[in-house]
Write a protein that binds this ligand. Structure first.
Ligand code: NAD
Ligand code: IPM
Ligand code: MN
Length: 363
């Protein structure tokens, strides 16, 4: 029996998660999966109800679970509380606590959405790249950090970008393993012309590359990579990079697929246990209005079934159900091209559930 902890979070989190849970129940029925799940608190919702963003009950449940499915956390309501107690700190804490160092963010363009991208269809059609983002190190976690008052009385903020060789090596291996399963091309993104920490990054990634002669490795500075991603995104297969660059490049890659509402992610530990979440945030600007796109969260559930539960058939069934719903022209506002009619969060989720259940009757 596999057990999943569901963390809806804040903003649009609960709305999109309700749809992902409906899909979870449908896929459990259709494939007779031995699955149970429970809801727990993370982020702003946890601050409100338990006084901290990653409460002990959530920590215990997450540690004991086989996998975690997360909506999104954060919002203006919690922006001014003490830094260490903000919702985003809860997310960083659960990633660190569970050792989720490998964040896989696949950006794939559904052909039905070629017109939804802000880039020309001929630039993005066929897009299929994977960003492997280091998730528990780098400037997100480096010490020292803070805001201090200088001797002259001026305030200054500071963070530390730091990577140990072993941290670089293990994320590089994930990049090479993924590239080997795909088109065999790995690009490592750094700023080795300026930052020593990424000079070491480049060196260590190259060393690991000697163990993977079948993968072709190249390197690019992050500024050029950001430019190339919108110039000619199909040149990429797998991109491996540090925590901060991966955060930024994955939002950029999301837009190539039409909307950030389409981009799922998996954050994995060394054993393949994972936390699955959309790449987008809690979208406070559209929360509570039944207009958010639930597909990134639903596709994150597909990744959960694939990577942690090893239920490839069920994962593919969800991805195909999403494809069929798009074939039928269903669009949430973020992926609708001019003149296309629009459905809400719930209608989109229900359509995916219906497509999944049709699949079961067809077999
Ligand atoms: P965001 O991703 O929440 O929103 C950016 C833009 O994309 C907004 O216009 C939003 O409406 C739109 N958008 C996002 N998801 C969408 C969806 N599913 N469907 C349709 N449109 C969608 O980023 P932000 O505005 O910079 O951050 C808002 C809050 O979310 C902040 O508190 C931030 O810290 C937090 N955040 C959380 C996560 C996470 O929990 N993993 C990720 C990113 C940001
Ligand atoms: C993401 C988010 C988080 C990050 C924030 C909310 C801590 O932007 O998952 O991409 O920066 O990692
Ligand atoms: Mn982000």
């Amino acid at each position: 029996m596999a057990h999943i902890v569901v963390l809806p979070g804040d903003g649009i989190g609960p709305e999109i998660m309700a749809q992902a849970v409906a899909v979870l129940e449908a896929v459990r029925d259709v494939f007779a999966l031995p699955l149970t799940y429970e809801h727990q608190l993370l982020g702003g919702a946890a601050i409100d109800q338990a006084g901290e963003p990653y409460p002990a009950a959530t920590r215990q449940a997450a540690r004991a679970a086989d996998a975690v499915l997360l909506g999104a956390v954060g919002g203006p309501r919690w922006e001014n509380i003490e830094r260490s107690l903000r919702p985003e700190r809860g997310l960083l804490a659960i990633r660190a606590d569970l050792g989720l160092f490998a964040n896989l963010r696949p950006a794939m363009l559904y052909p039905q959405l070629a017109a939804a991208s802000t880039l020309k269809p001929e630039v993005v059609s066929g897009l299929d790249l994977l960003i492997v983002r280091e998730l528990t190190g780098g400037i997100y976690f480096g010490q020292p950090r803070g805001v201090r008052i200088r001797e002259d009385g001026e305030r200054e903020g500071y963070n530390t970008d730091v990577y140990r060789e072993s941290e670089i090596r293990r994320i590089a291996r994930v990049g090479f393993e993924m590239a080997r399963l795909r088109q065999g091309r790995l690009l490592s993104v750094d700023k080795a012309n300026v930052l020593e920490v990424t000079e070491l990054w480049r060196e260590v990634v190259s060393e690991v590359g000697r163990d993977y002669p079948e993968v072709s490795l190249s390197h690019m500075y992050v500024d050029n990579a950001a430019m190339q991603l919108v110039r000619a995104p199909r040149q990429f297969d797998v991109i491996v990079t540090g925590n901060l660059f991966g955060d930024i490049l994955s939002d950029e890659a999301a837009m190539l697929t039409g909307s950030i509402g389409m981009l799922p992610s998996a954050s994995l530990d060394a054993q393949g246990k994972g936390l699955y979440e959309p790449c987008h945030g809690s979208a406070p600007d559209i929360a509570g209005r039944d207009i958010a796109n639930p597909l990134a969260t639903i596709l994150s559930l597909a990744m959960l079934l694939r990577y942690t539960l090893r239920q490839e058939e069920a994962a593919v069934a969800i991805e195909k159900a999403v494809g069929r719903v798009l074939d039928r022209g269903l669009r949430t506002a973020d992926i609708a091209a001019a003149g296309e009619s629009v459905v809400g969060t719930q209608a989109m989720g229900q359509a995916v559930v219906a497509a999944l259940r049709e699949h079961s009757r067809a077999h």
